[in-house]
Design a binder for this molecule. Structure first.
Ligand SMILES: [Fe+2]
Ligand SMILES: [Fe+2]
Length: 265
């Protein structure tokens, strides 16, 4: 794979879908970049994909819903791989509110969305989607302070944002189909890129951050950067704890950057 590539939407539950894409990372393989749709009574899109996928992202979303029917556009955080098509979707969905935190709103300030289109939701607060109430939470690992994840108690689905992501070698439909060793190493590698502060954290502090997830007992973890993971919660938590013991590695160097530019050209 030489360029960001979008795949067909994947049904996770009766009304919940993944919009999967993969981003090639020179020297490291592929990074999944997923957005999600909850086709609730008040439909919610979770993150908005890569700008590089543009029309392709909108087309795949439109297979599932008329974007004009979206009630909520939930942004887990303001990184470019999560807000790529945000401005276009806010235009296509004139009734939708952008769900973020106060800091997220501040960081998005340059995009100049009117305040009456923003809805602030902090960790621990709930949002009524008409036929269910979802819970915002802070994932144990994140790369931006405004980050929130989301838990859908009806389907026991955790939307974990960057947490539990993994670098991979090829697209797959489920995290279970990745060899356990490759999943462990890919998760550790991604976590060291995304949250290089994790080795600074005491084990007890990480365990305190993880405890609420164990209590929620998600059946499915939908990370922005991992294929859907059914029944893997305990294992992914184990791998996260191993990542705390890893050594952060520097990001791609100039040679890798030149490869990226050659791909983009
Ligand atoms: Fe991020
Ligand atoms: Fe991300």
């Amino acid at each position: 794979m030489q360029a960001p590539t979008m795949f067909d939407p994947q049904r996770i539950a009766a009304d919940t879908y993944t919009l999967p894409a993969y981003l090639p990372v020179p020297g490291a393989g592929l990074l999944p970049v997923n957005a999600f749709l909850i086709r609730a009574a008040q439909p919610m899109l979770i993150d908005t994909g890569l700008a590089a996928l543009g029309a392709d992202f909108i087309d795949r979303l439109s297979q599932l819903i008329d974007p004009a029917d979206l009630a909520w556009i939930y942004l887990t955080h303001t990184d470019p791989d999560h807000l790529g098509n945000l401005a276009e979707l806010m235009a296509l969905a004139p009734r939708a509110h952008l769900v973020t935190t106060f800091l997220g709103m501040g960081k998005l300030g340059l995009l100049q969305f009117p305040l009456n289109r923003v809805y602030l939701l902090n960790p621990g607060q709930r949002l009524d989607l008409g036929d269910r109430t979802v819970l915002a939470l802070r994932p144990p690992v994140f790369d931006a302070p405004e980050t929130t994840g989301l838990f859908d108690p009806d389907n026991r689905i955790l939307f974990s944002s960057d947490c539990f992501g993994a670098l991979m070698q090829q697209p797959v439909e489920t995290a279970q189909s990745i060899h356990p060793d490759a999943l462990r190493d890919g998760l550790i590698n991604w976590t060291m890129v995304d949250a290089p502060w994790l080795p600074l954290v005491e084990a007890s502090a990480l365990n305190r951050a993880i405890a609420p997830l164990r209590q929620l007992q998600p059946q499915v973890i939908l990370s922005s950067h991992l294929p859907p993971a059914w029944g893997l919660t305990d294992r992914l938590i184990d791998y996260l704890q191993l990542a705390r013991l890893a050594t952060p590695t520097p990001g791609p160097d100039q040679q890798a950057l030149e490869q990226m530019m050659a791909i983009a050209a």
